[in-house]
Design a protein around this ligand. Structure first.
Ligand code: PEP
Ligand code: MG
Length: 600
């Protein structure tokens, strides 16, 4: 099976079954042609006319993208249109024609190579998309000048087809007809490449980053492409095709159930209300959180305010951002997590000394307390935004009580100063602790007594409890938030918060996933903060299960010996409420129980 299966990144979900057509879309061979001196101006005119035609074509594609994919996606074409309009570039090409008597296509090719080399030397992180745009424009102009059309072949596709390419351009992707092109495979590209974004919006399943696809997939080969899992299966048997299609049907069924759930209450079958908030790392996630009806933001990461900038953000900038987020969720809290710098988060303007063990080093609240200049600015911004929005403050990587006490003291000092300065700001705001170290979990009773709320960061809590670097791929199998040791800590924190009468939530990644959501509810968490795209799935899960069953499962899980045992128990509990096949979890249900609990 494995020599028939290629692996890539699923960039647009869904299953496509069809015969492959392989596109070798490369820069055309441009002959070195010179023109007589008398023809030079004609050649320049030919260049201008070609650029004009290609621009018209791209504007058409832009309109098509707006129609098929949406206004934001259509902007993908702006970069190419701007490149075409670049006066300096065009006069550079015209100069090459005039000075060297080159044919327009050769001159265009030379100039594009020169620009490509110049850009490549800058090493900018956004280079890949810019280079792809440059190649896209160059190929189009040159093909036009050489009277070679590149798109006609698409019009003749009438059978279900999977397009296999080295790299897919947005211009090509937006034209594909979903009726007949049932999937896209590309060697290059990631989830964020332009063609991937368009394929997703248009709804064509796609797998990108498939190494060697062009060599390994022969034209005409039948292919089952799974854009959710990121796999491409060659020469599938009828049974494999039927399996894939059944899987796709179930996914669609789940998707339609998830759509319905958006406007429904987040409540278990036995009436326990579970509050679902969104984790927002970047401003563009606000929209997804709103659309999925997040009840506020349970974790507003603030590192992005520094990442990619040359200087630390000002108080005004931060105030504006916090206000903007608060305004997006009226009536709900927005939990601003103070800077979690250091460790794995090292934006350039924040110059941290290099350390042997950065994850155990100068990180998060430690940095903030040592650099009150940075910290006070952020606290003032939070206080100012809290004047008209429900802003809560949360401190990461707490290991000692005095970190909370010192933060509170700084908040109080800045509130007094703001009042003295006559600047509109709240006089105080709720201050909570992120429980993401074993020290904080063990001290949860004391922290809960002093903090206004607790929120468990299971990513770091797992890392520090199991002593497994969260970013180390070699240890990925050991990174198990379901380990019984982590579960015990989660239980201690939930109990401590309940005893102290303070709210507790979980904002680590595990909360975004159905089995863990069930476990966390069972352990006593009534607020979960999850990645915005996962909100419907978590709400759907909440609505299928009973809190009583979740509690029983959590109790069993606490008595389990290993993370694998915990997962088995959770699968069994969830299978009583939902068809695990819908969640693609059935194959991982323990075999003996699968038959019993799924009635198969
Ligand atoms: C966590 O550690 O679980 C968490 C939510 O914070 P981050 O992933 O930003 O470290
Ligand atoms: Mg963390």
């Amino acid at each position: 099976m494995s020599d028939r299966q290629l692996k890539g990144i699923g960039v647009s979900p869904g299953i496509g079954v069809g015969a492959a057509i392989v596109v070798r879309w490369t820069m055309p061979e441009v002959p070195h042609r010179v023109v007589p001196r008398s023809q030079v101006e004609k050649e320049v005119r030919r260049l201008r006319a070609a650029v004009k035609d290609v621009k018209r074509y791209l504007q058409d594609m832009r309109a098509k993208a707006e129609d098929r994919a949406g206004v934001d996606e259509a902007r993908i074409f702006d970069a190419q249109i701007l490149m075409l309009e670049d006066k300096e570039f065009l006069s550079g090409v015209a100069d090459l024609i005039r000075e060297n008597h080159l044919a327009a296509e050769k001159a265009y090719e030379f100039k594009a190579l020169e620009v490509r080399d110049m850009w490549a030397a800058t090493g900018s992180p956004r280079l890949k998309d810019r280079l792809a745009d440059l190649s896209g424009v160059t190929v189009r102009v040159i093909e036009h000048l050489m009277h070679r059309g590149s798109d006609e072949r698409w019009e003749s596709i009438t059978q279900p087809t999977v397009v296999v390419a080295k790299e897919l351009s947005p211009g090509l992707t937006v034209q594909l007809d979903r009726e007949h092109v049932v999937g896209l495979v590309s060697e290059e590209g990631t989830r964020t490449s332009h063609a991937a974004i368009l394929a997703h919006s248009i709804g064509i399943p796609a797998v990108f980053g498939v190494a060697g696809a062009i060599e390994r997939i022969e034209a005409g080969t039948m292919v089952v492409l799974d854009g959710t899992r990121g796999t491409v299966l060659l020469q599938p048997t009828p049974h494999e095709i039927a399996d894939a299609q059944a899987q796709e049907l179930r996914r669609r069924e789940l998707a339609s159930q998830l759509e319905e759930v958006v406007d429904q209450q987040s409540v278990t079958t036995d009436g326990l209300r579970i509050v679902l908030r969104g984790n927002v790392d970047l401003p563009d996630e606000i929209k997804a959180a709103q659309e999925h009806r997040a009840e506020g933001v349970g974790l507003l990461r603030t590192e992005f305010l520094i990442t990619g900038h040359t200087a630390l953000p000002s108080e005004d900038e931060q105030t504006a951002y916090f206000r903007r987020v608060a305004k997006a969720f009226p009536g709900h809290p927005v939990v601003v997590r103070t800077y979690d710098l250091g460790g794995d988060k090292l934006p350039a303007p924040f110059r941290a000394p290099s350390e042997v063990n950065p994850q155990l080093g100068w990180r998060a609240i430690r940095v903030c307390l040592d650099r009150p200049d940075i910290f006070r600015t952020q606290l003032r911004a939070a206080l100012r935004a809290a004047k008209d929005g429900e802003i809560w403050l949360m401190i990461p990587l707490v290991t000692r009580l005095d970190e909370l006490e010192r933060t509170r003291a700084l908040v109080a000092e800045e509130a007094t100063k703001l009042a003295r300065e006559g600047i509109a700001a709240a006089t105080s705001l709720p201050v909570g602790v992120m429980v993401e170290t074993p020290a904080a979990a063990v001290m949860a009773d004391r922290l809960a007594a002093e903090a206004d709320f607790l929120s468990v960061g299971t990513n770091d809590l797992t890392q520090y409890t199991l002593v497994v670097d969260r970013g180390n791929a070699r240890l990925a199998e050991r990174f198990t938030p379901h380990d019984p040791s982590v579960l015990r800590l989660l239980k201690m924190v939930a109990d401590a918060a309940r005893t102290a009468g303070k709210p507790a939530s979980v904002c680590g990644e595990m909360a975004s996933e159905p089995l863990s959501a069930l476990l966390l509810i069972g352990l006593g968490y009534e607020t979960l903060s999850v990645a915005p795209p996962a909100l419907p799935l978590v709400k759907w899960t909440v609505r299928q299960v009973s809190a009583a069953r979740a509690r029983a499962a959590a109790e069993q899980a606490l008595a389990a010996r290993t993370a694998a045992e915990v997962l088995d128990l959770l699968r069994i509990a969830l299978a009583e409420a939902v068809d695990l096949k819908l969640l693609d979890l059935d194959s991982r249900l323990p075999a003996a129980r699968r038959a019993a609990s799924l009635n198969v």
